[in-house]
Design a protein around this ligand. Sequence first.
Ligand code: ATP
Ligand code: MG
Length: 409
Amino acid sequence: MRIYKVGGAVRDRLLGKPVTDIDWVVVGATTEEMLAKGFRPVGADFPVFLHPKSGEEYALARTERKSGRGYGGFTFHASPEVTLEEDLIRRDLTINAMAEDDQQNLTDPYHGQRDLEARLLRHVSPAFAEDPLRVLRVARFAARYAALDFSVAAETLELMRQLSESGELEALTPERSWKEISRALMEDQPQVFVEVLRACGALKVLMPEVDALFGVPQPPAHHPEIDTGTHTLSVLQQAALHKQPLTVRWACLLHDLGKGLTPEDEWPRHIAHEFKGLKLIKAVNERFKVPRDCQELALLVGEYHTHGHRALELKPSTLLELLQSFDVYRRPQRFEEFIAACEMDARGRKGLEQRSYPQADYLRGAATAARSVAVQPLLEKGFKGPELGEAIKRERLKALKAYKETASI
Ligand code: ATP
Ligand code: MG
């Protein structure tokens, strides 16, 4: 049997990037031989094994043929006769379809190295169209390598457009889609992921609610960039620049969805867009079975981001309602993430990227003030049940009134 490094490890070494996980392909072996050498099988469908010591993935060289809709509709053929070239041709991009032996000899039948030099993301063969997930993968790689000036080859973008129009994207499982979306959002330039999806028509299929924001104007006084789609991408970019976690990035992407519902005769104003957007945020959350913490933050940021911006003008009672909505007493971290998303929203505007955001510290101070109300003295006074709840609320309100007064001096 012959063993080669493949995929990301080869690509990233040639790019001079750090290699984290290594994928291997094994040519000329059978499952029985792998098991005899101590490899542990993983997955029922794929002939993939884990190395007994390193735990790295070793896959038998295989060919694939599409036999139906979706990813389940694939048949695999792995046998000792399958060649390295046959295995490489089923891969998505030429830069991912190179292999290397233990002497660092490169096998590159589809000119991945040429495309690396030309900074092009190009599909290997027309079989690219057999797995619609590749549309998301290409967009993700475009985001990852944007800083190196990579772009999607014109013929690949055309194929992605055909795939998006064919209805195949709808066959993707939420789990596979979310894995790509979440990884793409954690790249340094996540906005490029959205731009590429939009350029090939996939955004309209996957997240029509986000696609609808492009072409919707906002008031130039607050939004010099005017376009809501442009604004959304800038907010996402700010979130990445400030190294925000996935929850915040997801909330940034969805915070203004309600603006896509505003009747044109109300443009450029968007009255109550925060509330109107909630059902759209919920729909996107459910479509991709998004993890609970991301779902929750997106809904809260959608509903309350304008409160964040107006923090210094809010009445103490409104401030208290805001803190209660976030359950800031038990979930302080979530409120921090809300503040971060608001700040990214404020900075994701043309020419305002460096502005200060005093609302952030003001909100933190308000949370601290409300949290400082001690329950014990109220218990000692004999408050119980709903009355205790009311008494705590009154004390918190008092604390917020005092906080607002001192903060405004
Ligand atoms: P990363 O650095 O993100 O891990 P990678 O290129 O190693 O990048 P993997 O998802 O680990 O990506 O996949 C390993 C290799 O398997 C890819 O380089 C590609 O050749 C191939 N591959 C993975 N998923 C697909 C797919 N859906 N369609 C075609 N080829 C794929
Ligand atoms: Mg990999």
